[in-house]
Design a protein around this ligand. Sequence first.
Ligand code: AVJ
Length: 328
Amino acid sequence: MTFAKGLKLVNRDAGGVDLAFRADVLAGLAAEQKAIPARWFYDDTGSQLFEDITRLPEYYPTRAETAILRGRSEEIAELIRPGRAVVEFGSGSSVKTPLLLSAIAPSAYVPLDIAGDFLRASSAALAAKFPGLPVYPVEADFMRRVELPAEVASLPKLGFFPGSTIGNMIARTATDLLRSMRETLGEGALLLIGMDLVKDEDVLLAAYDDAAGVTAQFNLNLLTRINHELGGDIPVDAFRHEARWNDTFARIEMHLVARQDLAFTVSEQSFSMQEGESIHTENSHKFTKRSGQMLLAAGGWEPRARWTDEAKQFSLLLAEARAPRSAP
Ligand code: AVJ
């Protein structure tokens, strides 16, 4: 295994504060509708809570996507063919990544992640599972074009972006990411991407507001993280978790709603909120067959194949980096 060295992706001040985290939180709390980007959920506690979410009875996406990878592996492998360099956007899941790699006989595996420690740990675990498969982890922000290791330059590429993480982004950002992926992987590459599907509102709301309250803990942990890392005094108990269906944009939104009028400081800046006012913490867009394929096309990816689980809860799409033909 080789590691990209000398990259400093996380900028910290003298006190160790992540400057991008502070900038996002301070700007987000000053906005008319308070909002903090969902990427900041994932400190150690948040990552563990997300793992717990994937095992909840109400949270179907992980099980549904895994079922597709298991049940349709022969068809998937037939279209992908052996010998590709698999470039995963994110450190990789301990279940889905091995399923894909076992199915398609790749020539190399290149996980891309901004969180270096997590990347190293998951890469080592994967290399141990697949002796003989070269693993080249790259510490990088994949929202921009990434320079891939020279060792995979001549190999055909398969991008892998499971989990419906694309759903965290609004259409414009999602399109930008798909275009960056295309630049990273090159013309002719394939992309295997998970997209969660529009379904009964009650099923969606339960998946994001489970009976055991794990998703509530996951959402509220963001406030605890702000208090710890940014010197905040936010009264966490004065907030409650809320999941909402936004029908205009076909997305679940997560909010932290103030139970009462309240005031707090973060990094020496003062904020106040009225009872019922919220901090918007996540969007999780849901797709139809058409909206998913339209999004891929907008990002320069031509849809090639599409699979769903039996209950049609989740979809996995294969696309090729080739602009769809325009009208003559
Ligand atoms: C990791 C972004 C796919 O949107 O379903 C789970 C995160 N948030 N429960 C999702 C999440 C609340 C998850 N993604």
